[in-house]
Each structure stands twice: as C-alpha cells, then as structure tokens.
Design a binder for this molecule. Structure first.
Ligand SMILES: C[S@@+](CC[C@H](N)C(=O)[O-])C[C@H]1O[C@@H](n2cnc3c(N)ncnc32)[C@H](O)[C@@H]1O
Length: 337
C-alpha cells in the first residue's frame, strides 16, 4: 500500500527548501505567543514560568554572560535573547528568517529593550562578524534547523572569543521513539490558506524529512476534509493517500525540507571536531526549576519574579555544573580555550 510520504514524493514532487522557508518565515509567532515576560506577564504560580527563569539562568551562568557581549543563534521570537538582555552588556540575535528578525525587533521595541539587536543571515551564509566577536553564545533549538549543523557549529566556534563558552540546547530525535516517528501539524497561514506539515523522523539516522503542503483552504476546512474536529486533534494517521488525492485541486505548493538532528553523542563529537577543547554535557536549569516548583508546597513558593529568581539562581548554578549522561541528550557547554 502506498504511504502518504511515497505518494507525496512520487506525485507531488516537492521542491527542496530550508526550515526557514518551510516554517519560520510564515509564522506570526514561533512560540504561539506563549513566552513568559516576552508575551505574558510573569506568573509565579505557573510551573512553565519557573522553567523559563531556570532556562534564563542556565544560559546566563553557563556562558558566564553577565555584563558581557552575547550571541543568540536562532532566537525565533527573541528567546532567550530578550530575557537575557537585562543581565548582559549586549545581545545580538542572528536568525535565518527575515520574518523572525522583524518579530524579535518588534518584541524588543515593545519591551523597551535597547541592548538587543537582531540580524538576518540567510541559511548557509557565514555570520557577518569578525573572529572572536562574542564572549558567549546561546543556541536554543536552532542548530539542527540549519542546512548543515556541523558547519554551523564551526561558524559559532569562529565568532566566539578564546575563553568563551557556547551553551546549546537541541532537539534530538530519541524523544519521538515509540509512536511519534511520523507526525503531522497544521499551520494556519491566513484566512484562506493553511500548510500541512508532515514529519518523517528517522531516529537512528538522526535526520528528518519535513513536507509542507500549502492549501488554498482555511485550516478549519482542511480539518473538515480530514475528518478531525480541529487542528490540535490532528494526528499523522488521520491523513490518508485518498485524502491527499481529494485535496489536490486546492494544493498550491509542496515543499520538502531535510534536516539533520544530531543526538547528544553526535553533538559532542561535532563540537570537539570543530575545535572546542572542553565539551561538558550537564543537567539543565529549566528542568531543575520545574522540579523545584513541584517539590515546594504552594504556600512556601515565592510569589513574585524577584523571589523566584532569588531561589532559582543558586540552584541552577549548581545543577548546570553537574555532569549528565550524554545518552540522555542533555544540554552542553562547550569552551574555546
Ligand atoms: C525551533 S526555533 C527556536 C527559537 C528560539 N531559540 C526558541 O527556543 O524559542 C528555531 C529557530 O532557528 C532559526 N533558524 C533556522 N535556520 C537558521 C539558520 N540557518 N541560521 C540562523 N537561524 C536559523 C529559525 O528561523 C528559528 O527562529
């Protein structure tokens, strides 16, 4: 029996593209406007908001970034640049998507942040900075979205100062084992168009084929055609070849983006290969913050941002120095001696 991916390859001949053309250039908000402080007032009663502060102190402390000049590679909606900026001398965000850069600039302006700037660098281009331009680099779920993660890490190494640190968070594919190797997601584009994204994850080979099918239909009509109540209920197995054949008259564009998603072990090797002398997989501050939130009875949790920061900062400082097994795909700190 023909699978949806086989049908798409044979019949729809998708055009190769980058992740920015597949997704990021067409998203109003890459985070669904869910980021604490950037889009929502900080709420000390919410675990996700503690986790966000945990992530902030993770990036800030592991890079020794306080009062320094930092690079945020692939900031999306300005994360973590815009929450790190109040602690740094300067943050420069570089993103492969022009749309993301203008969203970051608009968020910085709205938040009154003057020491964060954002630069568009098309995928595959060298970064427009001299060697050794930054004291520290933050990369959150972005390196594996570039056409060549190994080459991207080499560029990050080049623009980092000697003695500087890179802290990297990434999406390894192990988490999708056992049922999410094939996935589907529906992105509304405007009132009359939506894009169906299908993921074919090859966990062992550490690569993903992502297909984007743009239809001249509102998202709700596409859901009706697929017999799902709304886009959040959509699963890969709801989509059949018969559906794709039936929807073909409304298809306007088919694209294919191939990405490499290194596991922790592969990232470790890549980081060493591009020149980092020390690469340390460690526990992460965001996870620790969430655990602490759960461990504290609600009445004993701090109730404001200053109180949460005061309790999290020393814990994150310790946690992020503790080695974590590389098999668990932990965050990593890489040092350029
Ligand atoms: C999954 S999002 C992560 C955004 C943000 N760091 C976060 O964690 O919320 C990936 C980001 O990487 C950016 N990106 C993709 N390819 C890139 C490239 N070649 N150079 C720089 N940024 C790129 C995307 O545009 C997007 O903003």
């Amino acid at each position: 029996m023909t699978t949806p991916f086989e049908y798409i390859t044979r019949e729809l001949h998708p055009d190769p593209c980058t992740s920015t053309a597949l997704l990021y250039d067409d998203m109003d908000s890459q985070s669904g406007r869910s980021l604490p402080i950037i889009y929502e007032p900080f709420d000390a009663a919410r675990k996700a908001h503690w986790q966000d502060r945990g992530a902030l102190f993770d990036f800030l402390l592991t890079t020794c970034g306080e009062g320094k000049r930092l690079l945020d590679f692939g900031p999306g909606d300005g994360w973590p640049s815009l929450i790190v900026a109040p602690f740094a001398a300067e943050v420069v965000g570089v993103d492969g998507s022009a749309r993301r850069v203008s969203v970051c600039q608009e968020n910085a302006r709205r938040m009154g942040i003057a020491n964060a700037t954002f630069v568009h660098v098309p995928p595959g281009m060298m970064l427009p900075f001299e060697d050794g331009s930054f004291d520290g680099i933050l990369a959150a779920s972005s390196v594996e979205q570039t056409p060549d993660p190994h080459a991207t890490l080499a560029e990050l190494y080049r623009v980092l100062k000697h003695g500087g640190r890179l802290r990297i968070r990434y999406e390894a594919l192990g988490r999708y084992r056992g049922g999410h190797e094939e996935d589907a997601w529906l992105l509304p584009l405007d009132a009359g168009r939506c894009r169906l994204i299908l993921y074919d994850r090859h966990v062992r080979e550490e690569r993903v084929s992502q297909v984007g099918l743009t239809f001249a239909l509102p998202a709700a009509m596409l859901c009706q055609a697929l017999d799902v109540p709304d886009r959040h209920a959509l699963r890969f197995h709801d989509i059949t070849v018969a559906h794709l054949q039936q929807l073909r008259p409304a298809l306007r564009e088919a694209r294919l983006c191939q990405t490499v998603h290194p596991s922790g072990r592969t990232y470790h090797r890549f980081l060493r290969e591009v020149g980092f002398q020390v690469v340390s997989p460690t526990h992460d501050g965001s996870h620790a913050a969430g655990e602490l939130f759960d461990a504290l009875p609600p009445a004993s949790r701090p109730r404001d941002l200053a109180g949460v920061d005061a309790i999290l900062r020393p814990i994150v400082e310790i946690i992020t120095r503790l080695p974590a097994p590389v098999e668990g795909d932990p965050m990593m700190t890489a040092i350029k001696d």
